[in-house]
Design a protein around this ligand. Structure first.
Ligand code: ZN
Length: 605
């Protein structure tokens, strides 16, 4: 049978022209404003390949990656492959965004659509409104809101908007900020009489001959009504409080908590936490309650400490749930809880005479913020706070008892194989990230089990599990460690052929040592470039109940690394490194400074 097949197949293979599979970018892909970016895919092994006329190196397995120049607007990637059987051509149409540059020289005008803000904005009396637009450099500019007074604007060169991800992905260090001229900035304050109602912003540019160029937004600016409180309830269990619309994630509030809203900016509402501490939340995460609702400060009445077998529980009773934030102390032995919109009424704190919690003290540093300081006997392993009705329960876990000879004995380790149902990144040979994540996760799990650990997978095989569900499953299972396994890809405009390799990510300070220890083992064992050790705002790293970290052992989109990732040898190496890093963390609890580890040769084995 076998022979027959070969006889039957060979003539077909012999007459076939080279096949070309351009995996990335896909047809119709829109790239940001980049001058060059990467493409990858595969061809019939042994073919000679060019991309837009430039020769591209093809791996023995047929995979290729190239960095090619792109032009603005519609762009065609033309691949030509040839072997002794013939030639094939593949054309892929994509588009590239126009660079956010300024007006061509010699023209005087305000760049259309450049006035900011250009979204509904409503703030209270006396608050500052910042206005900017882009226009011809070197002229005079002003703006006004509705029929109000004109305000002079000044030209303030500003750093070019750059995709910050690229700064993290291209490891040369932050590039020199390129400063753009022609950005005009001004400000005024919201009127005390609350008189702005759906006003437009008008901007004016005047050239040296006195010619005026005008542009305006639609009606967007209003004064936030302040006589009554606007009360809302958080309805989204994955709500995020941000430092500014679309900027940093700061607090992850539970749903069901009532808050006072006092401003809006585009898709966001502003909520007041205490004093001048405020935060921004997506409008879709809230429901505004009917007018007339009020929200007086909550009372923080009573705290008690209960010593359980594996943790201490600090129970704080409030008159209603409020937004809280937990700050771990730098020594790992202190926790500070901020309770916003609350006043202390703490005459009693029931404390155990002895136990894991040494002391709890309180203060009221702001008129509507209560702070509880919790001193622990020994460094904590993890913590987690949750409301049970109006009682905030903070569970704090001390380090588990570890036998230095068998450090993994009975340790509960949750392994998260990234992605599924989505594929994650796709390699040049169409290797799916979710598959190699799962293969590597299983190898790690097998090793840990032979060392005595209990292993739990946040997903089994092709099971579809949402990203927020995963850390939750690890908590429900009472995991001691959570590790998430991924394989990396680069954003458009990056240079993966020059910048790639392994990287490790953590979020909480108490996870840093574990993550760093694993990262060091990658350095020792993977023989790939060190792509970096990162603080990362990642869902899989944000659960504070156990030390957690995420690894990207290699770039699945880089042909040589994709070949490695698919190999048993490499998957085994990665699992070994993670086990060794965990072991060092468990037995030594500390690691030597990262600088002391010599870098190995950075080529593939
Ligand atoms: Zn991934």
């Amino acid at each position: 049978m076998k022979k027959l097949y070969i006889l039957f197949l060979l003539p077909i293979a012999a007459t076939a022209q080279p096949a070309i599979d351009l995996v990335y970018p896909p047809e119709g892909h829109r790239l940001p404003a980049v001058a060059s970016s990467f493409i990858y895919g595969s061809v019939t092994p042994g073919s000679v390949l060019s991309a837009n006329g430039r020769r591209v190196e093809v791996e023995p397995n047929g995979a290729f990656m190239a960095q090619i120049p792109f032009d603005e607007g519609d762009f065609v990637i033309k691949l030509e492959a040839a072997n002794e059987k013939g030639k094939s051509v593949l054309e892929r149409k994509v588009s590239v965004a126009r660079a956010r540059t300024l007006i061509p020289t010699g023209m005087s005008k305000i760049l259309s659509g450049s006035i900011s803000p250009n979204r509904p904005l409503s703030l209270g009396p006396g608050e500052r409104l910042y206005v900017s637009f882009k226009g011809t450099p070197g002229l005079k500019a002003s703006f006004r809101v509705g029929t109000g007074h004109g305000r002079v604007m000044a030209e303030q060169p500003s750093a070019v908007d750059r995709d910050e991800k690229l700064d993290a992905f291209d490891t040369d260090g932050a590039p020199q900020a390129q400063m753009l001229p022609g950005i005009y900035v001004g400000s005024t304050s919201f009127p005390q009489d609350g008189s702005w109602l759906n006003e437009k912003i008008y901007c004016c540019l005047i050239d040296s001959l006195g010619n005026e160029y005008l542009d305006s937004t639609g009606p967007i600016i209003s004064s936030w009504p302040t006589e009554e409180q606007t009360v809302a309830v958080i309805t989204d269990s994955f709500a995020v409080l941000k430092t500014w619309p679309d900027l940093g994630y700061e607090i992850f509030p539970p749903s069901g908590i009532k808050v006072v809203v006092n401003g809006e900016d585009g898709e966001y509402y502003r909520i007041r936490l205490s004093g001048d501490k405020e935060a921004w939340i997506k409008k879709s995460s809230l429901r505004i309650l009917e007018p007339g609702q009020t929200l007086a400060p909550a009372k923080v009445a009573l705290a008690r400490v209960e010593q359980k077998a594996s943790r201490a529980e600090i129970r704080i009773t409030l008159s209603r749930p409020v937004i809280f934030r937990i700050e771990p102390g730098g020594d790992g032995q202190h926790l500070r809880i901020w309770l916003y919109g609350a006043r202390a009424d703490m005459d009693w704190i029931r404390q155990p005479e002895s136990g894991y919690v040494n002391n709890i003290s309180w203060s009221q540093p702001q008129s509507e913020a209560v702070v509880l300081d919790i001193a622990l006997q020994k460094p904590f392993w993890g913590y987690r706070a949750e409301y049970n009705n109006n009682v905030l329960i903070l569970a704090v876990r001390p380090w588990p008892k570890i036998n230095p000879k068998r450090p993994f004995q009975n340790l509960r380790i949750a392994i998260d194989a990234g992605h599924s149902p989505d594929n994650g990144a796709v390699g040049p040979l169409r290797t799916l990230e979710k598959d190699v994540n799962w293969q590597t996760a299983q190898r790690l799990g097998q090793k840990l089990r032979t060392l005595g650990a209990q292993v739990y997978y946040t997903r089994e095989g092709d099971e579809a599990v949402g990203i927020y569900q995963r850390p939750r499953r690890a908590v429900q299972w009472q995991a001691d460690i959570l590790v998430s396994i991924h394989h990396n890809a680069s954003p458009d405009g990056a240079h993966p052929l020059e910048h790639s390799g392994f990287s490790t990510y953590y979020y909480h300070p108490h996870s840093r040592m574990l993550a760093a220890s694993v990262h060091q083992e990658f350095r020792r064992r993977l023989r790939l470039p060190d792509h970096g050790f990162f603080y990362g705002n990642l869902v899989l790293c944000r659960e504070p109940y156990m030390p957690s970290f995420l690894v990207e052992p290699a770039f699945i989109i880089v042909p040589k690394q994709e070949a490695l990732i698919r190999s048993e040898w490499f998957q085994d190496r990665v699992a070994q490194a993670i086990v060794a890093g965990m072991k060092r963390f468990l037995t030594e609890g500390k690691i030597e400074p990262m600088e002391e580890i010599p870098l190995e040769a950075s080529e593939s084995p």
